[in-house]
Design a protein around this ligand. Structure first.
Ligand SMILES: Nc1ncnc2c1ncn2[C@@H]1O[C@H](COP(=O)(O)OP(=O)(O)O)[C@@H](O)[C@H]1O
Ligand SMILES: [Mg+2]
Length: 259
C-alpha cells in the first residue's frame, strides 16, 4: 500500500483517573494503516476507546505506548481537523464567519479565504444561509457548517466523532448520503467513528471493527460497493449481518465487565 498516509504501530493508551490515579486501559496494541483518500470507519461498542483513538490521531492526546507516523507528501498542510457530535460552532459568528475561522487564524488573505468559504458553503449546500447564526439553523445544517469549517483548514485527514449521532433518523439518513458525496468530491481522507452498524455499511470503504475495552482491532472489513448505498441491498445486508455478529460478542463483554 504505497498510498499510505498514516501508520499506527502497537498504540496503547492507559488513562489515569483523577486523584486516585486508577489506571484505565482504553486501547491495547492498535496496528493500523490508513491510505490516502480512503473512507475508514472505526466501529465498536460504547467505551471501547474510539474517541480516545481519534484524539491520539488528532494529536490532542499522546499514546501511552507505540507510535504514530504520518507519511505525507506536502509538508506544509495541517494534518487533521475534527468534526464532533455536538456542534462546536462559535455561536457569535455567522455561517460564513465560522467557515473562515481556520483560514483567518492562518492569516490567509481575506479575498482568498472568502472565495474558498463561498465554495465550501456551496459544497455543503448552505447557499442562502451564509449570514445566519448557529442558533437559527437546524441540527443537520449546523453539522454541514461544522464540516465546511473543518474542510476550510484543508487538512490531510478529516476526523469525525459520531457527527450524526444527535440528529433525528431522517436528517441522519440525508447527511449520510451527503457525507459520501462530499468525501468523493473532495478526495479527502476520512476517519469516521461510529457505533452504528448501518452507518458503517452506508459509508465505509474499510470498516475497522474494534473489541470491547481495551479496544483492539478485531477485524477489518473491505466494503467494495458503489455509493450511495442502500440498507435494503442484498450485499449491504450481508455485511450488516457480519458486523452484527462481530459486535454482539463485544457488546456482551462490555456488559459483563460493567456488572
Ligand atoms: N480524558 C479521559 N480521562 C480518563 N478516562 C477517559 C478519558 N477519556 C476516555 N476515558 C475512558 O477511556 C475509555 C474509552 O473511552 P472512549 O474513548 O470515550 O470510548 P468510545 O468513544 O469508544 O465510547 C472509557 O473507559 C472512558 O471512561
Ligand atoms: Mg466516543
Amino acid at each position: 500500500m504505497d498510498t499510505r498516509l498514516l501508520e499506527l504501530r502497537d498504540v496503547t493508551k492507559i488513562w489515569s483517573i483523577g486523584r486516585t490515579g486508577e489506571q484505565v486501559p482504553a486501547l491495547s496494541s492498535i496496528d493500523l494503516d490508513v491510505a490516502r483518500g480512503e473512507f475508514l470507519i472505526l466501529l465498536g461498542p460504547s467505551g471501547c476507546g474510539k474517541s480516545t483513538l481519534l484524539q491520539i490521531i488528532a494529536g490532542l492526546e499522546a499514546p501511552s505506548g507505540g507510535r504514530l507516523r504520518f507519511l505525507r507528501g506536502d509538508g506544509g498542510r495541517k494534518l487533521t481537523s475534527m468534526v464532533f457530535q455536538e456542534y462546536a460552532l462559535f455561536p457569535w459568528r455567522t455561517v460564513l464567519e465560522n467557515v473562515v475561522f481556520g483560514p483567518e487564524v492562518r492569516k490567509v488573505p481575506r479575498a482568498t479565504r472568502d472565495v474558498e468559504a463561498q465554495r465550501l458553503v456551496e459544497l455543503v449546500k448552505l447557499r442562502g444561509f451564509e449570514h445566519r447564526y448557529p442558533h437559527e439553523l437546524s441540527g443537520g445544517m449546523r453539522q454541514r457548517v461544522a464540516l465546511a469549517r473543518a474542510l476550510a483548514n484543508d487538512p490531510e485527514i478529516l476526523l469525525f466523532d459520531e457527527p450524526l449521532a444527535a440528529l433525528d433518523a431522517q436528517t441522519r439518513r440525508v447527511l449520510q448520503d451527503e457525507l459520501a458525496r462530499i468525501w468523493a468530491e473532495t478526495g479527502k481522507t476520512f476517519i469516521y467513528v461510529t457505533h452504528s452498524l448501518q452507518e458503517a455499511v452506508l459509508l465505509g470503504g474499510r470498516i475497522v471493527v474494534m473489541t470491547a475495552r481495551p479496544g483492539r482491532v478485531k477485524e477489518i472489513i473491505d466494503v467494495r460497493l458503489p455509493r450511495p448505498r442502500s440498507l435494503t441491498g442484498r450485499q449491504e445486508a450481508e455485511i450488516l449481518e457480519r458486523l452484527d455478529e462481530l459486535l454482539r460478542d463485544e457488546v456482551k463483554r462490555t456488559m459483563e465487565s460493567e456488572r
